[in-house]
Structures are given as C-alpha cells and as structure tokens.
Design a protein. Structure first.
Length: 534
C-alpha cells in the first residue's frame, strides 16, 4: 500500500470512531451524521476509554512512514493529527464534560433539537431515533450531576440555567407539535426527559452560587490549541492586534455607510414569513448569478439551493439550542438546505432582522456554509470531507461577505452596507474577547463590559455572550482570523502568479477545500510547510 492508502485507511477508522465519540455542539458547522442509535457517552469510564482509543490512534499515526510522501498525503496526515489533538483538548484540557454544565444541555436537549431540524416526514425510523435520544436524557442528567459535582464553574452553570429555562415545558410542547402520530408516540418519553431536565435545572440553581468561579485554560494551553487543533500559526498577540485594527476599520466603514444611507428610507419588513421566504428565493438566485456574471465563482449543479422556510411549531420552543438551519449531511447532498425563519416583527434579534431586511445577507454567510459543506462532501479525498476547525469554514463565509461587498452587490442597498460594517465590528471585537478570556487577561464580567460598551449591546446579552465565549475558547475568533488568512493567501498567490492568477479558480478550490485549514492550503499552493507539521 502507498503512504496515501495508509493515511486514508487510518482516517476511515478515526472518523468512524469520532462520529460515535464526538460531543454534540450547538454550532452549525460541526454537526455530524450519527448512527440512529447514537447517544452521547461521557461518564468517567467513557472518557477514560476514549483517552485510550485516542492514544492508540495517535501511536498508529506517528508510526506511518511518510518519508517521501507527497504534500497532499502529508496534509491529510496533519488533518488526522488535528482530529486527535481536538479529542485531547476536549477531554483533558477544556474538560467541558466536567466543568461546563451547558455541555450537558447540548448532550441532552441539544441532541433532540438536532433531530428535529431536518424537515418532515417524521417516519418510523426517525421517530425511533428521537425516542432513543429522549429516553437517554434521564440517565445523562444523572451522569452530568455525578461528573460535574465539585468541578462545575459558576459562570458556565449560569449559561446552562439560561439555556434550560422551563426545559420540561418547552420539550413537551415541541414534541406535542410534531405532525402525524409522532407526537403521541414520543409523548411519554418527552415528559420523562423534561422532568429530568427540570430536576437538573433545580440542582444547578441550588448549587451554582457555591461553585468555583470560571478558570481560563491559560495562554500556553490556548496557544497549543491554535497550533495543534486549529493549525493556525499566527501568534495570539497578532490576533488581538489584528482584531483591534479591523475593529477600527469597521467603525470607520460603518460611519461612512451610515452617512451614505442618511435620508434613504430603510426597507420595510416583509408582511408575512411567506413573503420573506419568497424574497429569499429571489435573493439566492441573484447571488448565484452575481458570482457567475462577475467571474467570482461557479457553483456546481446538483448541490441544492439554500432556502428559507417558516419556523415549524416543533422547533420554535427549542430556539437557542443551536442554529435553526438544516445544512444537510453527506448522505443528503443534493437536497435543499433550509434556514427556518421567524415571523416578521420589529423587535427581532440582530441577525434575524438583518436577513428580513435583505435576505442576501443570510445567503452571503449561512448560505455559503451550506454550499461549502455540500461541495466539500463531494471531495475525492474522503479525509477532506470532514470538519476539522471553524477557522477555515467561518473565515470563508466571512470572506464571502466582504468579497460581495467589494464587488458591488450591495450598491443598491445603503442600509445593508451599514449591516455588513456592523458584522465586521462585532466579529473583530470577538477576537480580543476570545483571546483575553482564554488567557485570563480579563474576567467574564470584564468581557461582558467590553461587549456592552463597544458593540454595543444590552448588559444581559453581553453577559451571556461573554460566558459562552469563556466556555468555548477559540470559536469566536474564527470569523476574522480565518478571513484574514484567506486574504493573505490570495495576496501571496497574486504576487507569485501575477497575471496568471485566476480568481474564480482560486475561489472554487477554496470552497471545495473549505474544511482544510488555511496554513495547509498555503502549503499545497505555495510550498510553505507550516512549522508545526512534524
């Protein structure tokens, strides 16, 4: 067998295991296609077994003979190293299973949310999978209390209590709203699961004030995460400085855009969610045509169109447990991914309101996730079909927003240009908050104050965001840092290739390779081997 064959064989084993072992995340990018009987397993014995399996895979990866292997094979090996490094980060460094009660909200109520996101029908196999997840919840709650006792941290417990609010009532309402016989079939399991979640809420509420305060992972561990998991070579201080520079640019951009929009009436909200859905169909087609007409991108046929749909009654009670998008999975490529929209209202949250006023804003970011994931799932290299870290994925979607702005897409919409500037402002500030929370330079309260004053946002939302960022270090910085990595790669390719540089070809490769960290893409395109690759 060749070195490439050896790496692929090991990769198939690692990913088959990872689909069973990986925790559920409320992020929209790393959702996995799980077996129907899957439930999370993070009791102490499960964690110890996962450590041993990870160590065995790491030994086998290190023993592969890659001498003389081509760059593509070594990149694939580096991707597998990232997967195994993430397992170590999750289990032994971040230790969310032991420190963060909101982790257990994700593994219980969150898994039900994920199972409800796919559109109907709710046929017998799907109902059976939902029943499995519901029936697992009481046992998972017992495990959560056991492993969290003496380790859970106060601010992270507060996030969990906020997420759980009336969990039992919300869960039974959601299951009761399912169409056909599914509601009756799942009702008893939903009631038992809801009662267990309410007991968990009560325990957290009672124990929370006595829990120790949040403890950051620290600079050394966070730097190791960025090098070994995210495969990002940039120093932490560079990231903070870049965030501050981009924040100043965003404030300037917003001021200019606001002045240009003065006197121009803001577009009205659509009258109904059906009108909003119809607006988005046109917007999605317009953006695809814009790509093609301006030589930016040619999306392959057969990937499906990113669509909006009214938020269904079985999903509405569980909003907040994840992104209300069905971005499909490898076995469903070709279907239309769906984003569920609420009814139009003047007090909608920021991102929902932005999409209501101009659906192209959602198409330019979440729609890019849908296209990129589907495109990457068709990659001829199986290892590159898998999510590794959000730096590449979120960086690509954020890059797309600015690329479309630069190409003139929103020349007809001055208020949308203001929104794009606000997107940049928020994501630039998140870098500083993310890094300084992880390294312990600021407390959760200080991070909340920074968000409150500089985004700006209300104190309650700022406190919730800060606590969430504290529990998920490395996620909030992905948007801006990933975008800057793409722009730097493009600039270096232009310098190296001159007039031969093909922007559309660059973008089409970027979308296909959208799961591959930019440092590894740079290695393949420019021959610059990252220093952290052994």
């Amino acid at each position: 067998m060749s070195a490439w064959d050896d790496v692929q064989a090991l990769g198939a084993e690692i990913w088959a295991w990872r689909r069973l072992q990986a925790p559920r995340s409320r992020d929209d990018i790393p959702r996995m296609e799980r077996p129907p009987s899957w439930v999370p397993r993070f009791a102490a014995a499960d964690v110890e077994a996962a450590r041993e399996t990870r160590a065995g895979f790491a030994d086998r990866l290190a023993a592969l003979d890659l001498a003389g292997a081509d760059v593509a094979t070594r990149v694939d090996a580096a991707l597998l190293g990232s997967v195994l490094a993430r397992v170590h980060w999750e289990l032994d460094v971040l230790r969310s299973w032991q420190r963060d009660p909101s982790f257990w909200v994700d593994q219980t109520l969150g898994t039900v949310f994920d199972a409800l996101v796919q559109p109907p029908p709710f046929d017998e196999p799907r109902v059976a999978a939902l029943r499995t997840r519901l029936e697992a919840i009481p046992g998972l709650v017992d495990t959560a209390r056991e492993v969290l006792a003496g380790h859970a941290e106060r601010e992270l417990a507060g996030v969990a209590v906020s997420m759980l609010g009336d969990a039992g009532g919300r869960l039974t309402t959601a299951i009761g709203a399912l169409p056909g016989p599914a509601a009756a079939a799942l009702g008893p399991a939903a009631r038992e699961a809801g009662a267990a979640l309410d007991r968990f809420t009560g325990w957290l509420t009672a124990e929370g004030p006595g829990m120790p305060p949040f403890r950051p992972v620290g600079r050394e561990a966070f730097t190791a995460f960025l090098r070994e998991v995210a495969l990002a070579p940039e120093p932490l201080d560079w990231m903070v400085d870049a965030g501050r520079t981009e924040f100043a640019r965003a404030v300037t951009m917003e001021a200019v855009a606001t002045a240009a929009a003065a006197g121009v009436p803001e577009p009205p909200l659509p009258a109904t969610v059906a009108d909003h859905v119809a607006d988005e169909v046109r917007a999605e087609a317009d953006v695809r045509a814009w790509y093609a007409e301006r030589g930016l991108l040619r999306i392959p046929a057969g990937l499906g169109a990113y669509t909006f749909a009214p938020r269904p009654p079985w999903l509405a009670p569980l909003v907040g447990l994840g992104v209300t998008d069905d971005l499909l999975s490898p076995s469903r490529v070709g279907e239309d991914p769906v984003s569920y929209a609420p009814d139009p209202a003047p007090d909608l949250p920021f991102f929902y309101r932005a999409n209501m006023l101009d659906p192209r804003l959602g198409v330019a970011h979440e729609g890019v996730h849908a296209v990129q994931l589907a495109w990457s799932w068709t990659h001829p290299d199986p290892i590159r079909r898998e999510y590794v870290d959000s730096l590449a994925n979120e960086g690509l979607a954020f890059y797309d927003e600015e690329m479309l702005l630069d190409s003139g897409l929103w020349s007809d919409a001055p208020h949308s240009r203001v929104v794009i500037a606000r997107f940049l402002r928020l994501r630039a500030l998140r870098v500083e908050v993310d890094v300084r929370l992880a390294t312990g330079d600021i407390s959760v309260d200080e991070a909340a104050q920074l968000l409150e004053e500089r985004v700006p946002m209300d104190r309650e939302t700022a406190q919730e965001e800060a606590a969430f960022f504290a529990g998920t270090p490395g996620q909030a910085l992905t948007y801006l840092v990933g975008k800057l990595q793409i722009q730097a790669l493009l600039a270096d390719l232009v310098a190296a290739q001159g007039e031969a540089f093909d922007l559309r070809a660059f973008h089409e490769r970027l979308w296909l390779e959208g799961n591959v960290p930019l440092a590894l893409q740079r290695w393949e395109l420019l021959g610059t081997e990252p220093s952290f690759v052994g």
